[in-house]
Design a protein around this ligand. Structure first.
Ligand code: HEC
Ligand code: HEC
Length: 84
């Protein structure tokens, strides 16, 4: 689960702070974009203004959605403990 949740593919759109990041090196998004109040960009600069189709030739997060679902359910069934 951690390998997926911390993969650049996910963190680029789900950054801890500020706006989105870009590429496996996770550099700041070009052109500069802000998170905005609702998390979809500033008014007039929504993510969907420029992004319509998934991009090509990007490295995917490891595993599959089904494997992630099963790992998550197993973790929940075991008490959902978080590392300190
Ligand atoms: C291209 C941008 C983008 C990428 C890449 C992306 N996400 Fe998202 N994700 C979003 C957006 C936008 C939403 C909110 C959708 C909505 O609210 O309608 C979202 C929602 C989510 C949610 C639901 C959050 C909630 O509060 O319900 C989860 C969980 C999530 N993403 C996980 C991931 C994971 C894991 C990856 C990598 C495998 C990933 N995302 C990659 C844009 C992205
Ligand atoms: C003004 C246009 C524009 C807006 C608005 C915009 N983007 Fe982008 N975005 C781009 C361009 C151009 C690229 C680079 C495309 C490429 O490398 O092929 C990019 C790349 C990205 C990437 C990198 C994908 C990778 O290769 O890793 C992510 C993630 C991303 N945008 C997320 C967002 C999110 C989230 C928003 C809204 C908060 C947003 N973008 C708003 C134009 C925009």
């Amino acid at each position: 689960m951690g390998k997926v949740l911390q993969h650049p593919r996910c963190l680029n759109c789900h950054p801890v702070e500020g706006g989105p990041l870009q590429g496996d090196a996770m550099v700041p998004h070009q052109p500069p974009v802000m998170r905005g109040d609702a998390g979809f960009g500033a008014v007039g600069m929504r993510c969907s203004t420029c992004h319509g189709n998934p991009g090509e030739s990007r490295n995917p997060a490891p595993g599959s959605q089904d494997l992630f679902r099963r790992l998550t359910q197993t973790w929940i069934d075991a008490g959902a403990h978080c590392p300190a």
